[in-house]
Design a protein around this ligand. Structure first.
Ligand code: ZN
Length: 337
């Protein structure tokens, strides 16, 4: 059976990194990041100061191969399928990958790390099909929807702070990269993401929609206001990605407005939080061409295709009555509408 360890606030980052190493040694990860060399191509976009990263990780394809996962002991071959909780809205009848009881039944090698974020109980589990070293999925203990609320943003900030900024925290809204929208979750990694180097005032030149907020003053309130107004403007179609990371020694929130009608691209398929942050992980045979041809134009093409066509700051204001008057350092919402 899998196990659960708990970590106090000040040692959370250390505990997560230690458990990650243990999970690699236990054979729970598809590959051991300390033993594998990932072919990587970085392409620098001078205009915005961002080095887009393309990585070739074909071994990740095993994540969809049930037999191989069972043979490696990542998935319990003797799991009792009748015990597994399934959300009735899941059209494919999949069990919830993020419910604690399902994880314990399916992944005997997995060690979960317990933590409290804003007074709510969460668990972190190493992502066996990791994208970056120290990649965990963090989910509340109760089964609840992957819906954006102020709690999501504040829990992300709490998690970032509890790890002293070592871990970047990502949120993929439904239809914006979340593969299971029925159970709330975040992705966390220790590696810097390309967009962290985005030069000041260059948000409008970034190929997809993004706004950056520092935590100084009311930055979190303004980030939340933008996110909420974007979503409220078209609850059926709109979604978002969020990233909390430290930039220039200050925690920052990146808000990426998304639209479910532009969730995928021809080249890359589903585009989630890592991609919109400039990190392209390629693993399928059809994606090998992207890796081989990686350049700034390719990164811009992929990200341009998921940029919501109706995204402008003024649209956000027009959709909702009232307007925000404080535009701050990183102006997020125009006052002209
Ligand atoms: Zn669940």
């Amino acid at each position: 059976m899998g196990e659960i360890v708990t970590a106090s606030h000040h040692e959370l980052a250390d505990t997560l990194i230690e458990i990650w190493g243990k999970q690699a040694r236990d054979g729970f990860l598809l590959s051991d990041p300390s033993l594998i060399d990932i072919p990587t191509r970085e392409v620098f976009d001078e205009q915005i100061g961002v080095a887009f990263r393309f990585r070739w990780m074909p071994h990740r394809e095993i994540r969809g191969d049930i037999k191989a996962l069972e043979q490696r002991g990542i998935l319990n071959p003797d799991r009792d399928e009748t015990k597994l909780f399934r959300d009735t809205r899941d059209a494919q009848g999949r069990h919830c990958f993020l419910c604690e009881s399902n994880i314990l039944e399916c992944h005997p090698k997995e060690t979960l790390v317990g933590m409290r974020l804003l007074g709510r109980e969460y668990l972190a589990g190493a992502n066996f099909a990791w994208i970056e070293p120290n990649h965990f999925t963090v989910m509340p203990r109760e089964h609840c929807d992957q819906a954006y609320t102020r709690h999501v943003l504040d829990a992300m900030l709490d998690l970032h702070a509890q790890t002293q900024g070592h871990f970047r925290v990502l949120f993929n809204g439904p239809n914006a990269g979340a593969t299971i929208p029925w159970h709330m979750h975040y992705q966390i990694v220790t590696a810097a993401l390309p967009i962290e180097n985005l030069i000041l005032q260059a948000e409008d030149t970034y190929p997809t929609a993004v706004r950056r907020f520092t935590l100084q003053g009311d930055g979190a309130d303004r980030a939340h206001a933008l996110a909420q107004r974007w979503l409220d403007g078209d609850a059926l179609n709109r979604s978002l990605n969020l990233l909390v990371a430290t930039v220039d020694a200050s925690p920052c929130i990146f808000v990426f407005p998304r639209d479910r009608r532009y969730a995928k691209t021809k080249e890359k398929g589903l585009v989630g939080g890592f991609e919109v942050a400039g990190d392209f992980v390629l693993s399928s045979p059809s994606e090998e061409t992207i890796y081989k041809n990686a350049d700034v134009a390719m990164a811009r093409k992929i990200l341009g295709e998921v940029r919501p066509p109706d995204w402008t700051d003024s649209i956000v204001v027009k959709d909702m009555p009232g307007s925000l008057t404080d535009t701050g350092n990183h102006a997020c919402i125009g006052t002209s509408a």
